[in-house]
Design a protein around this ligand. Structure first.
Ligand code: UT7
Length: 335
């Protein structure tokens, strides 16, 4: 247990990784009845990356993103106390974080998965900050990684146009309270509407005659796009405003709005509701599609590498998606 004087969270570095293989809108027209024009105008997505090959998995993507973050600050993986892997597409239902720990050779790290779909990264980052601010751990690696391409019905045009595979990582460390970068958060769940976007387990029709139990498997992603769209556009601005209010900040204090990269129309509608200029919005979904838990750290890492983010910038991050879950974190950026 570290000193309770260390009550802040510093963000030390970010990293990201995407698979090499790309899939354009034009290529999707060979799979389902759609067009580049429809996908571009309704979503803003032009291409996405897919994890191909039988020997690569989410572990490779997550480990690569984490290694890149560690390399940026020349940190040894042995310094990490805790790894939280936000994913809804593990390669093992018991969790994938321990495989990332082993591959990274983070010998001193406790590791576990956190499942919250597209809100996963925000929830994992806030979970990490609680461990840091309580003094329980000193250094935490948070990874958002998803390979939804493995769980999509590639004959369903309602969903297959949207998603891509990626991983994004962030290294956080405890610090003195006056250096704290995670200023506040606001998190929500409404399980009543879970069926609007799910990847559910389904029993087979017949039961084991001796035990009387049913066994089954997971379905593909199913989504009521319109309802998820309405939910995001109505709830995300409220979450952002609540979070800002709790910190005595206003929309005009925001330097960058970094929303989950689900649909360009959702992002611009939220920005519109907040009356925030489009020049303050980070968007990269045109290149990667919706990468679920990876989307926020991937977009953040890219914005940092493009030198968009400056010292003392106020970043507002909001994740939203299956659960339904949604939430906001307000960050003060420091190099
Ligand atoms: O991570 C969070 C997860 N998900 C989301 O955030 C998704 C939120 N929802 C959305 O982004 C949008 O609802 C979609 C992009 C999924 C769909 O856009 P929409 O404007 O809500 O379209 P729609 O579902 O209302 O469909 C409009 C029409 C329909 O045809 P009719 O009934 O008007 O004749 C659909 O059958 O477009 C048709 N359609 C398509 N046409 C060409 C649906 N998908 C496609 C497609 N290509 N891929």
């Amino acid at each position: 247990m570290k000193s309770l004087m260390m009550q802040g969270t510093r963000i030390l570095a970010t990293g990201s990784a995407v698979p090499n293989s790309g899939l354009s809108n034009e290529q999707i027209t060979q799979l389902v009845d759609t067009s580049d024009e429809w996908i571009s105008t309704r979503t803003g997505i032009q291409e996405r990356r897919l994890l191909t090959g039988s020997n690569t998995s989410i572990i490779d993507l997550a480990t690569l993103a984490a290694s890149k973050a560690l390399d940026k600050i020349s940190m040894s993986p042995c310094q990490i106390d805790l790894i939280i892997l936000a994913t809804s597409t593990p390669n093992d239902l018991f969790g994938s974080a321990s495989q990332v720990q082993a591959k990274l050779k983070a010998l001193n790290a406790v590791s576990f998965d956190l499942t919250a779909a597209c809100s996963g990264f925000v929830l994992a980052m806030i979970t990490a900050s609680q461990f840091l601010q309580s003094g329980s751990y000193d250094t935490v690696l948070v990874i958002g990684a998803d390979v939804l391409s493995k769980w999509i019905d590639w004959s369903d045009r309602n969903t297959c146009i949207l998603f891509g595979d990626a991983a994004g990582a962030m290294i956080l460390q405890s610090c003195l309270k006056n250096n704290n970068q995670i200023l506040g958060f606001q998190l929500n769940t409404n399980g009543d509407h879970y069926s609007q976007l799910c990847l559910s387990y389904k029993n087979n029709k017949s039961k084991n005659p001796v035990l009387g139990i049913y066994q089954g498997s997971f379905n593909y992603i199913s989504m009521n796009g319109k309802e998820v769209y309405k939910f995001a556009v109505s709830q995300v601005p409220l979450s952002i405003l609540k979070c800002l209010n709790s910190l005595n900040l206003s929309v005009s204090d925001i330097s960058w709005l970094l929303l989950h990269q689900a649909n360009k129309r959702i992002i611009t509608a939220v920005a519109d509701k907040l009356s925030i200029s489009l020049s303050k919005i980070i968007i990269n979904l045109n290149k990667y599609g919706n990468t679920s838990a990876a989307s926020i750290p991937l977009a953040l890492d890219e914005a940092i590498s493009q030198n968009k983010i400056f010292n003392n910038d106020i970043l507002v991050m909001s994740g939203f998606g299956a659960g339904l879950t949604w939430g906001t974190a307000v960050i003060k950026w420091k190099y």
